[in-house]
Design a protein. Structure first.
Length: 117
């Protein structure tokens, strides 16, 4: 279950989504750079990991009213709070596809983790 909340006082600015098992939440990349060396090798520059490097891909079956709320949040809110089993996060809806309600597909771009589960 994902709670999505407007950071500002938007009336009705929240949604609760029960994601499908096909959703992904732990797709994280480390900040790694590969630099070619003159001898044909490479040097890896590993600058660590940040939750801001993560993207969630969510699929959920929604009612028309839930999809409309999600569209409003996507179109009007620069930042949203997301609650999930992994914690509380600040981020935004990167893309949203409501062509079909079964499933609605959207991505969440994380800017930071605010609290653990």
């Amino acid at each position: 279950m994902i709670g999505i909340y407007a950071v500002t006082g938007l009336a009705g600015g929240f949604a609760v989504v029960h994601e499908r098992p096909t959703s992904t939440f732990r797709n994280r990349a480390a900040r790694v750079r590969v630099v070619a060396t003159l001898d044909g090798g490479a040097v890896l520059d590993h600058a660590g990991f940040s939750h801001a490097d993560g993207t969630w891909t969510v699929e959920a079956d929604l009612s028309a009213a839930q999809a409309a709320t999600l569209e409003t949040l996507h179109q009007t809110q620069a930042q949203l709070l997301f609650t999930h089993a992994d914690g509380v996060f600040l981020g935004a809806i990167g893309s949203l596809n409501t062509d079909t309600l079964e499933p609605v597909k959207f991505t969440v771009l994380i800017s930071e983790k605010l609290a653990d589960e």
